[in-house]
Design a binder for this molecule. Structure first.
Ligand code: MN
Length: 241
């Protein structure tokens, strides 16, 4: 199996090293990742300047690794250009969860989504970060078990996986769609100039059976996603214009 590994935190992130390490147990692995952090870039692609790639400045044991001056979606395109017949794209492990409404902003998920647009299975993996870096060695067993399940068949599919710091189980979930604040928090820089932070945090508690609920309850959340965003119920009403 040919496994392309990417992320949105950039090639230096310990999360991508952890994911590449586990991925090696499932097949041949190559890493193509952004040269700088591209978190919250969503599904942006670079269209107004050329892309280039260089060998990774850090070593991935026995894995070819390249960095790209582009977005996560660019990296998938570049990776699949450089390496033919990729079977699956793994994106992550993101330093920070990608749950509920934050899926819309996620570069991690967008990379997996880009794979599906190319007709290849895509799996995004994320984990929350506290004051300390995530313990990726501790997560390894659950990352492995989750991938084992998701790589079993070769159906074209898009999965969003979120791992709590201390997983006890793996569950299927739906996306939590609840209000979030999207607040702009003003501040002042050292020179006295105004600056602003865009914050995204949920306003309502998570519904049972959702991705947020699973991670809050120490379970690995696996959400199957689709690219069709059509509102079927509204479409059925077929109101006249
Ligand atoms: Mn990120």
């Amino acid at each position: 199996m040919r496994i392309l590994v990417t992320n949105d935190d950039g090639i230096y992130s310990p999360g991508i090293a952890a994911l590449a390490k586990v991925a090696k147990n499932f097949g041949e692995v190559r890493v193509v990742a952004p040269d700088v952090e591209q978190s919250s870039m969503g599904h942006a692609v670079t269209h107004s300047r050329p892309l280039s790639y260089k060998r990774s400045p850090i070593e991935f044991p026995d894995i070819q690794a390249h960095r790209v001056n582009g977005t996560p979606a660019d990296c998938v395109a570049m990776g699949m250009h450089l390496w033919k017949n990729v079977d699956v794209v793994l994106s992550g492990i993101n330093m920070g969860p990608n749950l509920g409404n934050s899926m819309w902003h996620s570069g991690t998920l967008a990379a997996a989504k880009q794979a599906v647009l190319f007709g290849v299975k895509g799996i995004a993996l994320s984990t929350p970060v506290g004051k300390e870096e995530p313990d990726f060695d501790h997560l390894e067993g659950y990352v492995s078990r989750t991938l084992e399940g998701l790589l079993e068949n070769d159906e074209l599919a898009l999965y969003n996986v979120n791992l709590p710091p201390g997983p006890t189980d793996i569950v299927w979930t739906r996306q939590s769609v609840r209000l979030y604040d999207g607040t702009i928090v003003p501040g002042t820089d050292p020179l006295g100039r105004k600056h602003y932070w865009f914050t995204v945090s949920p306003l309502e508690p998570a519904e049972e059976g959702t991705d947020r609920w699973a991670v809050e309850n120490n379970m690995v959340s696996v959400t199957p996603l689709r690219l069709d965003l059509t509102d079927e119920a509204m479409l059925r009403e077929k109101l006249p214009f």
